[in-house]
Design a binder for this molecule. Structure first.
Ligand code: UD1
Ligand code: CA
Length: 449
């Protein structure tokens, strides 16, 4: 069967106490709405309508250019009212998966299960339920003495007895277009929140004698809804754990998965060891047999094989094989490091290319530079790349040796095999195979008593 999906993402998310719409908050590096969309796409449903309202510009922007359609709910008058705004898209003869935008832990198995159950039972409406240890906050599934579905009762409307019910509404449904449309028009707001409750359509459809199915989902985690920031942190923890476990099963050592933070988008090669307090974020690819951390933060970067990065920050950079980075290096955007390079403590590199087997071991700022192979950049070397207005390039050719505490006043080229004396401030090119020293004669006098 061919399904469409409607994702409800217009709510304010009052309980987040935020200027940002709830579905735009991030868990494990990805917005809540994106987590939901990814799960829906992965379950094979490609035709997606998103109901937006509160903060709609940012939600539309997040999902722009991917062929999704948007329905607008100007005023947030409840989940039923939200779905009604998608009426122009709700074809009568089509089946719709309807789900909230705040369930980032959702996985395809839950969606496939409800879609299959709806089809197999030829129901007009199917709701995914779950039995929770602590059902607080969710709508409860009320059943008759014969255990047949009767209604969903929201926490705020529930009697003390109903609050004892542990089977809850996940907020995930499949509806036949014609049935749900008719029922949506019959919704009333005679409830505690004066809202049009979407789950009330189940009761309406049921009363009409049309088939309503309840499918109980075994995993409490999958349907977890984020309504406040404590729940957001919980969702984040689960997502992190899933990623770390997947990596460990694929051959990565993570010494403490509770203290390691890796976005779902990151690739890590086998036999790489990730030590605690390490963050790998964004579009990052790590090779095999690396050692990352402790305490490193790498985002949108590529790291080769057999490289170590210890207590360092790497941002939109590339690092080759068998390199040693850190402790305490700072690699900034557009830095490209070849193989077998050493970048040591308190070294900052910006927009710099470093050739293979070169070393910048200590206390340097190197920006807008191109460094060849086998070069040694002494402790405390600074590229003076900026005159307050423009940036200039420093070139250090193969096998050059830059003495400690050298200022390279760019634009400048240090030729192949050249040596610069420690403490020099150089503003002219140094030809290959030569020595450049700029140093005042020391005056040695007798000390006054
Ligand atoms: C809802 C269900 C509840 C269920 C729970 C599962 C209702 C009335 N209650 O409660 O039975 O157990 O989900 O997580 O549906 N939204 C809109 N427009 C609105 C209101 C909400 O688009 O006017 C969107 C929100 O952005 C959100 C989703 O609908 O993504 C769910 O809304 P929320 O307020 O979180 O519902 P719950 O109180 O969690
Ligand atoms: Ca919710």
């Amino acid at each position: 069967m061919n399904y469409s999906a409607v994702i409800l993402a217009a709510g304010k998310g009052t309980r987040m106490r935020s200027e940002i719409p709830k579905v735009m908050h991030k868990a494990a590096g990805k917005t809540l709405i994106r987590h939901v969309i990814d799960a829906v796409l992965e379950s094979g449903v490609k035709d997606i309508v998103v109901v937006v309202g509160h903060g709609r510009a940012s939600v539309e922007q997040e999902l722009a250019g991917e062929g999704f359609r948007f329905a607008v709910q100007e005023e947030q008058r409840g989940t039923g009212h939200a779905l009604l705004q998608a009426e122009p898209y709700l074809e009568k003869s089509r089946n719709f998966l309807v789900l909230p935008g705040d369930t980032p832990l959702l996985q395809t198995n839950a969606l496939r299960a409800i879609l299959n159950h709806h089809k197999d039972t030829a129901a007009q409406a199917t709701v995914l339920s779950c039995t929770l240890q602590d059902p607080t906050g969710y709508g409860r599934i009320v059943r008759s003495a014969q255990r047949r579905f009767e209604a969903v009762v929201e926490e705020k409307d529930a009697s003390p007895e109903q609050r004892e019910i542990s089977e809850i509404n996940s907020g995930i449904y499949v509806f036949m277009g014609a049935s749900v449309l008719a029922a949506l028009h019959e919704l009333k707001t005679n409830n505690a929140q004066k809202e049009y409750y979407l789950p009330d359509v189940l009761d309406i459809i049921n009363r009409k004698g049309q088939k309503v199915e309840v499918l109980r989902h075994p995993s409490e985690e999958d349907i977890y809804g984020v309504n406040d920031r404590v729940q957001l942190a919980y969702a984040e923890k689960i997502l992190r754990r899933r990623k770390n476990y997947a990596l460990m099963y694929s051959g990565v050592t993570i010494t403490d998965p509770d203290l390691t933070f890796i976005d779902a988008s990151v690739d890590v090669g086998r036999d790489t060891v990730v030590l605690p307090f390490t963050f790998l974020a964004g579009n990052t690819k790590i090779g095999e047999n690396c050692r990352l951390g402790p305490g490193s933060f790498i985002n949108d970067s590529i790291v080769g094989n057999d490289t170590s990065v210890e207590y360092s920050r790497v941002k939109e950079a590339q690092i080759g094989d068998e390199c040693t980075i850190g402790p305490y290096s700072y690699l900034r955007p557009e830095t490209i490091i070849g193989n077998q390079v050493k970048i040591g403590d308190f070294v900052e590199l910006k927009k710099t290319v470093v050739g293979e087997k070169s070393k910048i071991p200590h206390l340097s700022y190197i920006g807008d530079a191109v460094i060849g192979k086998y070069a040694n950049v002494g402790a405390g070397t600074i590229t003076c790349n900026y005159d307050g207005k423009d940036k200039y390039v420093t070139i250090i050719e193969d096998h050059a040796f830059i003495g400690s505490n050298t200022n390279l006043i760019a634009p400048i080229t240090i030729g192949k095999n050249a040596v610069t004396g420690a403490g020099s401030s150089l503003s002219h090119d140094v030809p290959p195979d030569s020595l450049a020293v700029e140093r005042a004669q020391a005056k040695v006098k007798k000390k006054r008593e």
